[in-house]
Design a protein around this ligand. Structure first.
Ligand code: S3P
Length: 175
């Protein structure tokens, strides 16, 4: 991590651990932790699910973009982004210019495991059976990976734990 190290953007699909690992990494690296979804909820006073209901996905994406720009005004922070954020507007290019982007990459299998019981508040997954979720995630990953893979670094989450997270993250420097 050399060039623009004062903002780290964690990107990746829902269930890739952006929030959980993001908090740990931010603490270990002594960076402020900022979560985009939480910031959207604080700014609007509404939950993500309510925003999807009231404004549709298009309206939500507009707010998401605005919040991304606002959060990026902070310095010395790690920003955990929403899973769709890199795939709309010029958000990915914006993040690459504003800081260092790290893609937490996981297979559909690992993502489904992580999302088990955690679909509440995630409107895109609401009401899906496990089988439907697998198809959905595979389809979405196919569409989204071209955006995610533009990240400066790719961190494989397969087998990642709180113990090896930091060393894996630091080893990205050499890659
Ligand atoms: C979304 C991911 C969610 C949230 C919204 C849409 C997506 O964030 O922004 O439900 O399009 O993948 P997490 O990735 O933090 O769950």
């Amino acid at each position: 991590m050399n060039k623009k190290s004062t903002i780290i953007f964690l990107i990746g699909f829902m269930g890739s651990g952006k929030t959980t690992f993001g908090k740990m990494l931010a603490e270990a690296l002594n960076l402020k932790f900022l979560d985009m979804d939480s910031a959207i909820e604080v700014t609007t006073g509404k939950s993500i699910a309510t925003l999807f209901n009231e404004l549709g996905e298009e309206g939500f994406r507009q707010i998401e973009r605005d919040v991304l720009h606002d959060l990026s005004k902070h310095d010395h922070c790690l920003i955990s982004t929403g899973g769709g954020a890199p795939c709309f507007f010029d958000n990915m290019d914006f993040m690459k210019t504003a800081g260092e982007t790290v893609y937490l990459k996981g297979s559909a299998k690992v993502l489904i495991q992580n999302l088990h019981g955690a679909t509440d508040g995630r409107p895109l997954l609401k009401g899906k059976t496990e089988g439907e979720m697998e198809d959905f995630i595979n389809q979405m990953l196919e569409k989204r990976e071209p955006f995610y893979l533009k990240a400066d670094h790719v961190l494989d989450i397969e087998g990642i734990t709180a113990d090896n997270l930091l060393s894996r993250f630091l080893s990205l420097k050499e890659s």
